[in-house]
Ligand binder design. Sequence first.
Ligand code: 1PR
Length: 523
Amino acid sequence: MITLLDYGAGNVRSVINAIESLGETVRVVTTAEDIVSAQKLVFPGVGAFGNMMGILNRKGYTAPLKAYLEAGRPFLGICLGLHALFERSEEALAVEGLGFLKGTVKRFEVDRAVPHIGWNGLAIRQPSAILQGLRGDEKFYFVHSYHVAPEDPEVVLTTTDYGYSFVSAIQKGAIVATQFHPEKSGRSGLKLLENFVSAKDERYIPENRLAHTRLAKRIIACLDVRSNDRGDLVVTKGDQYDVREAGEVRNLGQPVDLARRYYEEGADEITFLNITGFRDFPLEDMPMLEVLRQTSRNVFVPLTIGGGIRNYTDVNGRVYSALEVASEYFRSGADKISIGSDAVAIVEAYRQTGRKTGASAIEEIARVYGSQAVVISIDPRRIYVHEPEEVPHHVIQTDVPGPEGQPYCWYQCTVKGGREGRDLDAVSLARACEELGAGEILLNCIDRDGTNTGFDLELINAVKTAVGIPVIASSGAGRAEHFLEVFQHTDAESALAAGIFHRREVPIGAVKDFLQEKVDIRP
Ligand code: 1PR
């Protein structure tokens, strides 16, 4: 029996699912006494440091947790569950950590995108029972803006490189904590969890130890989901966002089955977009939550869900906040949520006043769940102009001139699945969303969607150079070469595709085989 410390601020479902998939039972802590009586405690911290410590203190969990750690009993901390062990964090300097280990938690100071999101390796510094059966060169899933800096070098189990070398796991006796998420790291992560769960205690040093590690470019499979005319929830696919063919919604398969298939084929991440979320309120559209619940039971890579995340008033006058919608998605198994139409409305309001209210969906969700959990999905379309001065927008010179030979264009943001264009460009939107606390940009492109003609590199470069957060290049992938092109000619951290995977034209494995040796990827 594994005891799991959930303080209610995020997706612990995936940790429970991963442990249960190993045939182990999980008891969730509901009282301080449950910590005292635990045999093996897993602490998957999520959200923000200050919020986490506040809740632990209010619930009376801090003292029993300290006692449990001081007694050297088996403990696995994950992400913030690692940070909590230290004295304090730059994320909330006024708040005390558990102080079990000396040192602080620092924000990344690097000349690259923060948060550090994606699959990176481990440079193993000492033997450990938790590493049994690993080769040593596997990649694990990270998502964080802060990392620990222990004073005692003896506790360093692994380090990872991102701009510089940081401590990615610690070990002190039976107490182990990782910055990465084993529950989201596919088979390698499950192996690590299995080592904790089963009573192995021989310390083990893997053979292929790395001296340095590199962040992999991510290949993401995207499932656009909606109800068809018969009311069945299906994965569909648009052609420049038009998902109907001969009047019918295209049906490319069942969401849960396809997600499972992509996990097995090696997808680094899976994104579900509830594409009619702008009109069907997700908390009434329960099948989507069920899709997430079922998927997270056997898919152990990160899951992002978007569609309909906004404030909403139902027919009875009950008001739901975007945070409530997002929370329901997180509880059902999402690791990140993505906001589309509402991000445009938020930025329009923000640009009018120039002031942050703290009350927008982006700010609220980032405050509770952390920036890394908030993705902004942008649906831009090219608008051509003869001269940059014609519009008050971020204009680029393009190698693909417009129908009248216009040499310039800007990328207009749209809402409601491309149905309505707004007076806002994609670069400004991305920048403003970053200021408001978003952690990643999912950059679609209506002109390229479903065309198989390759990513819009000009769009990706324009947005990527304007923001410091990671960008997912999306729309237009038709061949494995297109992925190489996007990674060679832009700094996008990941590339997403839909149609070629659904139609089995180019499987994920073929994309990865092609990229092998050319780009750092997770094999
Ligand atoms: O506005 O917050 O409710 O979110 C709705 C979400 O649904 C947005 O993220 C929006 O991008 C998405 N969406 C809305 N309508 C459509 C549509 O296709 N009619 N899909 C839609 C967006 C774009 C990508 C697609 C890539 C790759 N689809 O998701 O998967 O373009 O496709 P490809 O590789 O086949 O070219 P809100």
